[in-house]
Design a binder for this molecule. Structure first.
Ligand SMILES: [Zn+2]
Length: 438
């Protein structure tokens, strides 16, 4: 069985990036080519994407200089331009503008449907306020509206959060299948970053999963027991707010936090370029799921210890959810996973999670996702990885590929058995609280 690469990185952001760039050079170049191909499939030309990427690089340099420094290190290590690395790190913003455009093209091709009529007002409101926005200026805005519904496909993930009272270990667990372009399989890795072992001082150590070329980890846990998982969302407002802190920078800032409130801040403090669902948990038994659209945040909390989410808005009613119009499998994946978790026959262990994430109901558009061979190759999606994050043990359980084909690889933040004692982390959490005077 193949395993994901684990890179050991340190506290200097430029050096972190250089090692990342050097060790994953081939994968970074392949990912770059894959995203350019995907954007072109959505109607966007490489030169226009790179023009946007330059603007994002400048924005990130102002917004989070440490993140920008790490991107510069990746570019140096991979022998690519900063623009090309910025494209990867802002690819969520670039991609979701493309997908938003595709969803709107569905609206215009289904003008007589109640759903299309319902979102027409939103679309015109978006257009009215979109001046100077990335979406308005982006190549996506000029993409052809000729995509047929059958040709459309995009990112989809199914995530969960489990409170301690539901788990066999008594630990707080979060996790997900990360379903994205099939070509990305094998071009992802784990970074284990050692920055500060003293609670509350500097930025915490963390272990997380990312794509080659991208500094911000989408799933992970830090030394304070704070972890995250994410889903893509699509709304008609995506891109309308102009340049805002990019998704991957927010992901990194969540893992930079020593306390739970500071972990929520990167999501809720500023409005957003595009929509994302963030599930953020704490080892001491807290989980909040945030549906973060460009202008609003809505919050879901575990019910009887369990929360799940997929790629459509569940509690946000102020804006229309677009994703399910192109990918209706979102409507059953999270609901099904919740039911399977609740009826799994007792307290939930890591093995049970692996089994449930391998569920194949309505395959290939199942919780365990497999490529739809009727789609063009650049749009085919697979569960690139399945992850369970044990926040209490600061440990990542992760697969290389769909969970039905791969066992969990165990990647603790602290590999030594002594350091991996949850009781020790509980003490650290108390020390952290004291250090902050809370
Ligand atoms: Zn499968």
């Amino acid at each position: 069985m193949s395993e994901l690469t684990v890179l050991e990185l340190g506290s200097d952001p430029r050096e972190r990036g250089k090692i990342h760039g050097r060790e994953m050079r081939a994968e970074i170049r392949d990912n770059y080519a894959t995203y350019i191909e995907r954007f072109e499939t959505g109607g966007a030309k490489e030169c226009a994407v790179l023009e946007q990427s330059d603007a994002w690089a400048e924005f990130i340099a102002r917004d989070n200089p440490e993140y920008a420094d790490e991107m510069a290190g990746i570019a140096e290590g991979a022998n690519l331009s900063l623009t090309e690395i910025a494209m990867l790190n802002a690819r969520y913003e670039l991609a979701y503008c493309v997908f938003g455009s595709e969803a709107k093209s569905l609206n215009s091709s289904a003008a007589n449907s109640p759903a299309a009529n319902g979102s027409a007002a939103n679309s015109s409101a978006t257009n009215g306020s979109a001046a100077n926005s990335p979406a308005a200026n982006s190549p996506a805005a000029n993409s052809p509206a000729a995509n047929s519904p059958a040709a459309l496909e995009q990112e989809g993930c199914t995530l969960f959060g489990l409170m301690p009272e539901t788990t066999a270990s008594g630990h707080t667990l979060i996790g997900q299948n990360w379903d994205w372009l099939a070509k990305l399989q094998g071009r992802v890795f784990i970074m284990r970053v050692e920055r500060s072992s003293e609670p509350g001082v500097g930025k915490p150590d963390f272990v997380g999963f990312t794509e080659a070329g991208i500094a911000g980890c989408k799933m992970g846990v830090n030394a304070a027991g704070i972890g995250l998982c994410v889903n893509g969302l699509v709304t008609s407002r995506d891109g309308a707010n102009g340049f805002r802190k990019p998704f991957h920078v927010r992901c990194r800032e969540i893992l930079d936090a020593w306390t739970f409130d500071k972990a929520l801040l990167p999501v809720v403090q500023t409005d957003r370029c595009c929509s994302t669902n963030f599930l953020i948990g704490h080892a001491d038994g807290e989980i909040i799921d945030i549906e973060a659209t460009p202008d609003y945040c809505s919050y879901m909390y575990p019910v009887d210890g369990v929360v799940t989410h997929a790629n459509h808005l569940v509690c946000e009613t102020r804006i229309a959810s677009q994703f399910e119009r192109i990918a209706p499998h979102s409507l059953y994946r999270a609901h099904r996973l919740e039911r399977l978790l609740r009826h799994s026959g007792g307290e939930i262990g890591i093995d049970t999670i692996h089994t449930l994430l391998s569920d194949h109901f309505s395959a290939p558009a199942s919780i365990c996702r497999h490529p739809d061979t009727t789609l063009p190759e650049p749009k085919r999606v697979i569960s690139v990885t399945a992850a369970a994050v044990d926040l209490s043990a600061r440990t990542l359980y992760i697969t290389d590929g769909p969970p039905c084909q791969s066992d969990f690889q165990v990647v603790p933040l602290y590999p030594s058995a002594a350091a991996n004692d949850p009781a020790l982390f509980t003490n650290n959490a108390a020390l952290t609280s004291n250090a902050k005077g809370l």
